[in-house]
Design a protein around this ligand. Structure first.
Ligand code: 6R9
Length: 647
């Protein structure tokens, strides 16, 4: 039987859609025809201290490069996420927290309670000397205090920089130092999938390499014994004596809200900077539209707050819209493959939003763990982070969703603040594997290698020709790098780094990164970062890292390593190098395979030909292409003969 390629909007969705097919077309056209009017109207979804009178002012050209939105508007993000809901939904649950251990009681916070917790946290920050504009590094597990911390920063105008709890002390130190952050908020330990993560100990290990660090605020999360130093304070001790009233700081729409470090194709991770008004508007707008959010729906974005998805769709989007957001401490498949669906049943979740890699891992366990649960509350499914293979899409749709729930496949990036290409469940017919069509205000363009614009059904490199409110504004501390990274490959356009196909219906199919970024389980890793970690090892002379196909992670990490003269590779050294990268960056960066290579394929000018390394890693050795321009073509034979595979 032929596979179903088109999944029309289900009738009940079409009938009740907030934004149906015609409304989407009208909205898209309105945003294109008069963006200023459209976005000033949309800005009314937020509460402003002073409403903006201008919308987007931007140029992607070198001469007058710059991006701003709503620049004369004044607002506070925490007031928008909390205070303005108090009168109408103070007693409604804002956050449901599901702990790692299935037997433990969940915690629930109403909007009134969350407001109080955030004000208290904000006063703790103030008592520790944090002022408007200061950078605060947040290194926390998925506990409610993480939400309090982010909103507390926003309330007093401090800029948060969340570092994923899985990152190593070194990676943490680099991120503290890059933005000169004086304060770190952490916990004694984190829990995930039954394992402990020594967060406080990691901060202690990072401290000597992060001289800007002065104060560590420690939340007692697990109760593990941790040594306290002069710079450390227990959150609960300081919190006991502060007021629970804290007026929100009026912020200009273009004041920074947060920094989030992300990998690029070159150099160390960049601090992506998002600002107050445009980001919050995009978070709120896309959360409502893409998830067809309605009051009462329990919304579960299963991402960690260490990633942008956790910022926008666990915290800011849902809370700006007065939603009930579920925060989960653990892993989707722990203690078993039913857990995620048990959580859905326990909290009557309406929308679940997760990554293809999690679905592929669950799919491997078969249908029984899913079918053991009811999932009757589940009406909408979402994915993000990487292209979803049609097989996983259909499993999600048929087995998890029992065919009744649309899947919104949302394409976006840390840099974009929120979803840019995504279906609307009541408006867009779905095609498995396609993120479908651009949201209002989003103008994709496909170009070839030379920058030639491609029309109609075609494949090319994905650019955006116009700014949207949620766009990042700069790279922290390096505005020139911002321009250089995104606006010089194809002058006058924002280049996403993704390859993409557009079909005859105008649907977009993201094919993956075309730069030296690999997407491991939906997490971005720069090949350069892994290479730098490897060459730090005393026995390694040179390393080249590429992506390889991986049936659960999407892409795995394949590392070619040349050892110093006189050294020979061994299984022991192989394992040691994997462990080394784990320690240098974190477990997600650990290579899946390492191949010891006496030489790397280089051009006569010394440039590593990654194209060849990628082909070998993909086991596509029949089409290595022209190797005659290599300085020493014979290295290729050795690489092919000693190709490593997943053990
Ligand atoms: C939100 C997030 C961004 C990169 C992006 C692309 C890939 C994200 C995708 C997708 C295909 C989707 N990506 N969503 N590819 N379909 N629905 O993931 O941000 O961590 O910055 O990664 O992820 O390659 O360029 P980030």
């Amino acid at each position: 039987m032929a596979e179903q390629l088109l999944y029309p909007v289900p009738e009940e969705w079409a009938a009740e859609a907030k934004v149906g097919s015609a409304a989407y077309d009208a909205m898209y056209a309105a945003a294109a025809a008069d963006p200023d009017a459209f976005w000033l109207e949309q800005a009314k979804r937020l509460e402003w201290v002073k409403a903006p009178t201008v919308a987007g002012e931007w140029s992607f050209d070198e001469a007058d490069f710059g991006i701003s939105w709503f620049k004369d508007g004044v607002l506070n993000v925490a007031a928008n996420c909390l205070d303005r809901h108090l009168a109408t939904r103070g007693d409604q649950i804002a956050i449901i927290w599901e702990p790692d251990e299935p037997g433990e009681e969940p915690r629930r916070y109403t909007y009134a309670q969350l407001h109080e917790e955030v004000c208290r946290f904000a006063n703790v920050l103030k008592a520790q000397g944090v002022r408007k504009g200061d950078r605060v590094t947040v290194y926390l597990p998925m506990i409610p205090e993480a939400a309090f911390a982010l909103l507390a920063c926003a309330r007093i105008g401090a800029i948060h920089s969340v570092v994923f709890g899985g990152f190593s002390p070194d990676a943490l130190a680099g991120r503290i130092q890059d933005c000169d952050s004086r304060v770190v908020i952490t916990a004694d330990c984190g829990r995930r999938g039954g394992k402990r993560i020594p967060l406080k100990a990691n901060v202690d290990a990072a401290a000597p390499r992060a001289p800007s660090l002065e104060k560590v605020i420690v939340i007692k999360a697990t109760g593990d014994d941790v040594p306290m130093h002069d710079r450390d304070v227990w959150y609960h001790e300081v919190a006991a004596s502060v007021s629970t009233e804290c007026a929100p700081e009026p912020m200009n729409a273009e004041d920074p809200l947060f920094i989030l470090y992300t990998s690029g194709s070159t150099g160390k991770p960049k601090g992506v900077l998002h600002t107050t008004g445009g980001y919050l508007l995009w978070a709120s707008f896309t959360h409502e539209l893409v998830f067809d959010y309605r009051p009462g729906n329990v919304f579960w974005c299963a991402a960690d707050i260490g990633w942008v998805t956790g910022h926008t769709y666990v915290i800011y989007g849902p809370l700006a819209n007065g939603a009930t957001t579920l925060m989960y401490e653990g892993l989707p498949n722990w203690p078993d493959a039913s857990r995620i669906w048990q959580v859905v049943d326990r909290h009557q979740v309406h929308t679940v939003f997760t990554a293809p890699t999690a679905l592929r891992a669950l799919m491997k366990e078969g249908d029984a763990p899913v079918k053991a649960t009811s999932r009757k509350s589940l009406k909408l499914l979402g994915t993000v982070g990487e292209p979803i293979n049609p097989e996983a899409w259909r499993w999600y749709h048929e087995v998890v969703g029992e065919g009744r729930s649309p899947i919104v496949d949302t394409w976006w990036q840390t840099e974009t603040g929120g979803a840019l290409i995504a279906p609307l469940p009541g408006a867009t017919d779905l095609k498995p594997g396609s993120a479908t069509k651009p949201l209002p205000g989003v103008h994709p363009q496909l170009v070839d290698e030379t920058g030639q614009v491609l029309h109609g059904a075609t494949s090319g490199n994905l650019c955006l020709t116009a700014s949207w409110p949620g766009q990042m504004r700069t790279v922290w501390g390096d505005h020139a790098r911002f321009f250089q990274t995104y606006f010089t490959t194809y002058p006058g356009k924002y280049f996403t780094g993704d390859g993409c196909r557009r079909d005859e219906d105008g649907y977009y199919w993201i094919t993956g990164r075309v730069d030296d970024v690999i997407n491991v389980s939906g997490h971005r890793m720069g090949t350069a970062e892994v290479e730098s970690a490897l060459v730090l090892h005393p026995r390694v002379a040179e390393a080249a890292v590429v992506g390889m196909p991986h049936d659960v992670k999407g892409q795995g990490i394949y590392a070619y390593v040349t050892l110093n003269a006189g050294e020979t590779g061994s299984d022991g050294l192989n394992a040691e190098l994997k462990q080394w990268v784990r320690k240098e960056i974190g477990p997600i960066a650990s290579p899946d395979v390492i191949q010891f290579a006496p030489g790397l394929p280089k051009t006569r000018s010394g440039k590593i030909m990654r194209r060849i390394l990628r082909k070998i890693a993909e086991n596509d050795i029949g089409s290595l292409g022209d190797t005659s321009t290599l300085a020493d073509p014979s290295v290729v034979d050795d690489l092919v003969a000693n190709r490593a595979t997943l053990g």
